[in-house]
Every structure is written in structure tokens, then in C-alpha cells.
Design a protein around this ligand. Structure first.
Ligand code: HDE
Length: 701
């Protein structure tokens, strides 16, 4: 019997990390597989045994080293935001902001600062699906010349709670139930809504997470917000308040809820894959960074408190000032080393950026460092390559778990007269906290100015277009219908009654709640504000196909020239065309050419695309109508309000899908390529979904 059975033909290459440095791979023996001690390994497939069939020896130090390393490969996942994807890129300053901040990376137009940006969901575990209804984390690490600045934000500009002391309860309620460990990655369960019903300050954020903001089409199409009011300080020591906003160049876009449910099955990595593929294909996502800045006097004039993270400042009140752009142009080389080990920390600021007394922010200043100590195992996590500042780091901190450097010399204290070159503090250029005057009694109280929980929730609902309002109602009905306890449903509806009567009535109707709705007790009356169209996705959507994807269903006998023309036109519009066929090997076109496929029809449902073209031949269409995946492709595209281009060969699919009533005459999203042109199709597809179709496919309370 051969003792080397199963050995791969080529020896595996091993690159051993050493403080971020990779050992050079040279010709010859350096390709040898070794242990972590550098010992060349003779057999990487068989453990050391007594005879070919005998027991394995404890002596096998190679086996033990390999297995031990494997056993320790995981670090604790983040307690929130566990599921994430990230990319490298740069921030480019577009306008000097020296008038309001001395932050070095915001001084010189055209100057670029490297960044690493991680997007995430909040509630789900590391392996959960991407299209959960959830907030998206939007965390950016700026490696500036004056130290790292971490802007750790979300895609929603407000938060659930006022005070950090409530965060563990909020998260416990949102994540899986502790006894059964389900449901994961969703808020549609009793504990979450029970908590919400008892926490009226969360109602504003609840409006946002029940909106389509919580089910984005792509991470490249989300906004980002620093949420809290920050304090900017210029070189003269003058303070200005600021809120940070990221605006996606591709515009904002979301999926519809039924699509999200199906995407989670069809491709649980939908967002992750989309981000990766876009960057790998040179289609670099981009955002504008804008600031809302305001003075203490303006802050005092608002009818809400700028320290209250459940409130936003409408853009109509304080407009955005664009100061830079961020481009993500490089995927991580190693998910664990970078995306998993990156340690964001709200306390990582640079000179010119300071905190305010927002009690949520103050709690975060403690939490992030604490969590990194646990997750990354000790105080030297800043030495992990992804966390390292890209400017000199010099101090007298020494030792500790996993110290990767070899700090030299006798002097590890300051002041010292012994070391000629030790690090010294610098009074002129060092970080200085803004000398905000503080006084008062030590109290555990909530300020009166935080008492109005509903006015901005009403503002948000009132600022949505009709389909968006319908989606909020439907989402609330969906989530509350998953709650098993009637008390919970009723208590949430009682809170909604404080937001908007009509909203509460519609949700109650959707839940089949009988009886009159009695609003929950409110700490302050709800006021009306002028609607803010900037809070709507649809009101500010821009017609574009940039970054979008078109799915093209084909069969043997498909018109290959038409597909080629469509592909060229789609690519010219900045989108991608993917071919869906009965077999992944592709189809033979009418002209006898092979048209390769990107997906087999059951693995390429129409939820993966923004618009679809149905181009089977007559015979191919009849055959595809016998395959429910193909019929569902068409039915779902219709139900998800997509623009559909078709040829007569697709008729059997419409018929089988029960869609024969919808004709091109009654539905502007159905484009016959017999009568219309590819241009008509692409123009319609750039407009997004066909909202007038929605009442035909979804009942809304
Ligand atoms: Fe976080 N949050 N958070 N958070 N948060 C974490 O830090 C915390 C809050 C946000 O991609 C943790 O490294 C507290 C608001 C993002 O790695 C932890 C409070 C906002 C990320 C933590 C909040 C965020 C985190 C878990 C209430 C939007 C992911 C792992 C005071 C402005 C960063 C980690 C990444 C991660 C604590 C509230 C955003 C435990 C105590 C508000 C984007 O430290």
C-alpha cells in the first residue's frame, strides 16, 4: 500500500506572516511546505501512525500544530454588525474645510487619504443572509497623515435609543431569543417588538427600518450617516457642530420585500457578491462626503435637541456641504485578516474633530475599545496590519499580549533624561479637546429636551411617496404578524397611533385587530413638520442603469445578434447583462453560434436582476414554460415591478404565469421588442420599477 496516497501533485505554497511582512518567495526550496517553526514537511496528508492501520501517535507534533492552529482559527464574532463586507479605497478632499476644522485630511483639495470601509448588517450572525430587513453599518477608517479617523456610522441617520445604557437591552431584544437561538437576522419576533412598544423613543428609527432603506438593492446604493452631532474645531479653536453624510453616486435604490425574502434563498451573499464583483470588474463604488454644519445658536433654535440621536436635521433646514468623495477600488486580499480583524473605534478621531455630549456617543467611546480587546485578544490590536496607522506611531507603551514589534532600548517611560530619541508630547500639534464648559449635578435623568418621540417619526412617514408609505404599512403588518403574543401587536399599534392615526389604523386593519386604538401615553404631543422630500428614496431617485444588472432569458434558437446588440447597449449604459439559460453550458443561437450562459434558469431567478429580457425562440419558450423556475422568473419579474422586454417566443411563459391580462398597452413596463426598440426598453429600465403596477400584485391595508 502506498503511504503517500492522496498527495496533491504540486506542493502547496505557504506564505508565513510576520508582523505584516511576507517572506519572499524565491525559486527552489522556498516553495517547500513547512511547520510554523520553518521545518519542511514531508507528508501533509497522513498522520504518524504505528503501521499503516495502527493508532495515531501523540508524538505527531506536525499533526498537533496544524490541528491546534485550525482549532483556534475563529475569533469571537462581533456582538453586533457580525456580518460584513469591506473594501479598500481612498477619500479625496474636494474642498478645503479649514474654515471649520483643522482636520488635516480635509485641508487640501485633490489630496487623497487611504480608507478601509466595512458595511454590515446589525442583528444577524456572521453567516446570516444579506437581505435581512436591518440597518446597514457604514464604517470608514481614514488612514490620515495625522492618525486614524474612524467614522462608524449607519445607513439610517437616527438611532433607536437615547442612552448607551439601553444598548445591551435593545440588542438582546433584537437578536435571537436566548432560549432557542432563533429567529436570527430578523426583528420579526415578540422580544424585539415588545421592547419597541416599551421604548417610545425608538419609533422614529422604527419608521426607517420598516421602510425600504432596510432592504437595499446594493451596498453601493446606500447612504451613510455619522448620526451623532460631532464638534469640529478650526485652527483658531472655533467650534462648529457637524453631522456627516455619505451620498452614493449610483443613487439610492432598494428591493421590494418579497424580492428580499427570495434573494435570501437565491443568493444569501447577494450584497457581498455585488460589492466584490463590482470592484473586481473595475466598476468602483463612490460616495460623496457632505457635512451639515451649524452653530450653537442654530442648535439652540431647533425644536429638538442636537444631542438626541433619535433626531435628524432636515436638509431643507441645514443644507449639505459636499467636502469630498470616497472611491472603493480594491477588494481585501484576505477576509479574515482585513474585514474580520478591522477594529473600528468611535474614539479614533483626529485634531479638528471632537465629540459632543450625546449620551449615546459617549457610551460608544467606551464600548468600541472594550469590544476590540475581547475580540482581538489584547491591547496590541492596533498592530494588526489593517488597523495600523499609516503615519508614525511612537510611544512608550510596551509588552502585552501579541506584541509584534521589538521596541528597543532601556527607556520605556517619559519624561526621561536617558534616551536621546524618545517620544515627546507636542504642545502645538498634539490633539486638544475643545474646552467646552461643563457644570451640573450628577444625575441619572433624561433631559426634557429629549421628550418628543413622535414628531420626527411623523415627519418621516409624511415625507414618503405613496408606494413607500404602503411598504412601511406592509412591513409593520408583516413583522407584527410574526409576533405570537397579541399584547405585543396591540402595544406597538398604540405607539404607532402617536405617530400617525392613519398609519395605526391601517396597520391595525392589516393585523385584523378589533376595537378602537387607544394611543399609548406620550411624554410630549406629536407636532406636524413640513415634509422633507429628501427623506424619500423615490422622490430623489435618479433615472440610471449605472451599476444595475439585466437578466436575459434565452433558449436554443435565440436570436444571437439581438442578444449581442442588447449586451452592447446595456454595457454602454453602465450596466451588465447576464444570460440565463436552460443549461449552464449555454445555448445554440439561431445563427448556430454558442451563447454561453451565466446561470442555469433555476439558479438565476429574476430577483438577481433589475430588469429582464425574455428572448427565447418560439420552440424554446414553449419548452421553458414546462419549467416552473422559468415561469417564476417571469411571474416574479412582473410582481417585483420590473421592466420586462419580450419577444413572441415568451408568450407561453406569460400564459403559464397567468399574466396574459397584462399587455404592453396597459403596462408601460412591458416592452415588446417586436414593436418597440431596445432603446425603449433601456429607457424604461433606467426609470426603475413600474409603481403603478403594484396595486395589481399586492394588497395593502
Ligand atoms: Fe455600534 N458597536 N454601538 N453603533 N457599531 C459595534 O464594535 C455600540 C451604534 C456601528 O464594521 C461593536 O467592533 C454601543 C450606533 C457599526 O466593524 C460594539 C452603542 C451606530 C459597527 C458596538 C452602539 C453604530 C458597530 C461591535 C450604543 C451608528 C460595525 C463590534 C451606545 C452611528 C463596525 C465592534 C464594523 C459595532 C457598540 C450604537 C454603528 C459592541 C454600545 C448609534 C457600523 O462596540
Amino acid at each position: 500500500m502506498s503511504q503517500s496516497r492522496g498527495r496533491p501533485p504540486e506542493p502547496a505554497k505557504l506564505l508565513v506572516g510576520d508582523g505584516g511582512e511576507l517572506h519572499q518567495q524565491a525559486e527552489g526550496p522556498e516553495t517547500r511546505l513547512t511547520t510554523n517553526q520553518g521545518l519542511p514537511v514531508a507528508d501533509n496528508q497522513n498522520s504518524l501512525k504505528v503501521g499503516p492501520r495502527g493508532p495515531v501517535l501523540l508524538q505527531d507534533f506536525i499533526l498537533r500544530e496544524k490541528i491546534t492552529h485550525f482549532d483556534h482559527e475563529r475569533i469571537p464574532e462581533r456582538v453586533v454588525h457580525a456580518r460584513g463586507s469591506a473594501a479598500h479605497g481612498y477619500f479625496e478632499c474636494l474642498e478645503s474645510v479649514a474654515d471649520i476644522t483643522q482636520a488635516d485630511f480635509l485641508q487640501r483639495p485633490g489630496e487623497r487619504t487611504p480608507v478601509f470601509t466595512r458595511f454590515s448588517t446589525v442583528a444577524g450572525n456572521k453567516g446570516s443572509a444579506d437581505l435581512a430587513r436591518d440597518v446597514r453599518g457604514f464604517a470608514v477608517k481614514f488612514y490620515t497623515r495625522e492618525g486614524n479617523f474612524d467614522l462608524v456610522g449607519n445607513n439610517i441617520p437616527v438611532f433607536f435609543i437615547h442612552d448607551a445604557i439601553k444598548f445591551p437591552d435593545l440588542i438582546h431584544a433584537a437578536k435571537q431569543d436566548p432560549d432557542r437561538e432563533f429567529p436570527q437576522a430578523q426583528t420579526a419576533h415578540d422580544t424585539f417588538w415588545d421592547y419597541i412598544s416599551l421604548t417610545p423613543e425608538s419609533l422614529h428609527m422604527v419608521m426607517w427600518i420598516m421602510s425600504d432603506r432596510a432592504i437595499p438593492r446594493s451596498l453601493r446604493m446606500i447612504e451613510g450617516f455619522g448620526i451623532h452631532t460631532f464638534r469640529l474645531v478650526n485652527a483658531a479653536g472655533k467650534s462648529t457642530f457637524a453631522k456627516f453624510h455619505w451620498r452614493p453616486k449610483l443613487g439610492m435604490q432598494s428591493v421590494v420585500w418579497d424580492e428580499a425574502l427570495k434573494l435570501n434563498g437565491a443568493d444569501p451573499d447577494f450584497h457581498r457578491r455585488d460589492l466584490w464583483n463590482a470592484i473586481a470588474g473595475g466598476d468602483f463604488p463612490e460616495w460623496e462626503l457632505a457635512l451639515q454644519t451649524f452653530s450653537q445658536e442654530q442648535a439652540d433654535s431647533f425644536d429638538f435637541d442636537v444631542l438626541d440621536a433619535t433626531k435628524l436635521i432636515p436638509e431643507e433646514v441645514v443644507p449639505l456641504r459636499v467636502v469630498g468623495r470616497m472611491v472603493l477600488d480594491r477588494n481585501p486580499g484576505n477576509f479574515f485578516a482585513e474585514t474580520e480583524q478591522v477594529a473600528f473605534c468611535v474614539a479614533n478621531v483626529v485634531s479638528g474633530i471632537d465629540f459632543t455630549n450625546d449620551p449615546l456617543m459617549q457610551g460608544r467611546l467606551f464600548s468600541y475599545l472594550d469590544t476590540q480587546l475581547k475580540r482581538l485578544g489584547g491591547p496590541n490590536f492596533h498592530q494588526i496590519p489593517i488597523n495600523q496607522a499609516k503615519c508614525p506611531v511612537l510611544n512608550l507603551q510596551r509588552d502585552g499580549h501579541m506584541q509584534m514589534g521589538v521596541p528597543q532600548g532601556q527607556v520605556n517611560y517619559e519624561p526621561s533624561s536617558l534616551g536621546p530619541t524618545i517620544a515627546r508630547e507636542s504642545a502645538e500639534t498634539g490633539y486638544r479637546t475643545f474646552p467646552a464648559p461643563e457644570a451640573g449635578d450628577q444625575l441619572r435623568v433624561r433631559p426634557e429636551s429629549f421628550a418628543d418621540h413622535f414628531t420626527q417619526a411623523r415627519l418621516f412617514f409624511a415625507s414618503q411617496t405613496e408606494p413607500e408609505q404602503n411598504h412601511i404599512v406592509s412591513a409593520l403588518v408583516f413583522e407584527l404578524s410574526k409576533c405570537e403574543m397579541p399584547r405585543v401587536r396591540e402595544a406597538v399599534v398604540a405607539q404607532l397611533a402617536n405617530v400617525d392615526d392613519a398609519l395605526a389604523t391601517r396597520v391595525a386593519a392589516g393585523l385584523g385587530l378589533k376595537g378602537k386604538i387607544k394611543p399609548a401615553e406620550a411624554a410630549a404631543p406629536t407636532r406636524d413638520m413640513p415634509p422633507s422630500p429628501m427623506l424619500s428614496i423615490l422622490a430623489k431617485a435618479k433615472p440610471t442603469l449605472q451599476g444595475r444588472k439585466i437578466g436575459c432569458l434565452v433558449s436554443d434558437g435565440t436570436d444571437g445578434a439581438l442578444v449581442a446588440k442588447l449586451k452592447a447597449a446595456v454595457e454602454k449604459a453602465g450596466a451588465k447583462l447576464e444570460i440565463v439559460a436552460p443549461k449552464v453550458g449555454g445555448v445554440t443561437t439561431a445563427g448556430g453560434d454558442l451563447l454561453p450562459a451565466d446561470h442555469r434558469v433555476d439558479g438565476g431567478p429574476s430577483v438577481l436582476f433589475d430588469a429582464v429580457a425574455l428572448l427565447p425562440s418560439e420552440e424554446g419558450g414553449a419548452q421553458l414554460a414546462m419549467e416552473s423556475a422559468a415561469v417564476n422568473f417571469v411571474r416574479d419579474a412582473f410582481a417585483h415591478l420590473k421592466v420586462i422586454a419580450y419577444l413572441p417566443g415568451a408568450t407561453p411563459l406569460f400564459v403559464k404565469g397567468g399574466l396574459q391580462v397584462a399587455t404592453a398597452d396597459t403596462d408601460p413596463g412591458l416592452i415588446s421588442l417586436d414593436n418597440g426598440s431596445l432603446d425603449d426598453f433601456l429607457a424604461a429600465a433606467a426609470g426603475g420599477r413600474i409603481w403603478p403596477r403594484e396595486p395589481m400584485v399586492r394588497l395593502v391595508p
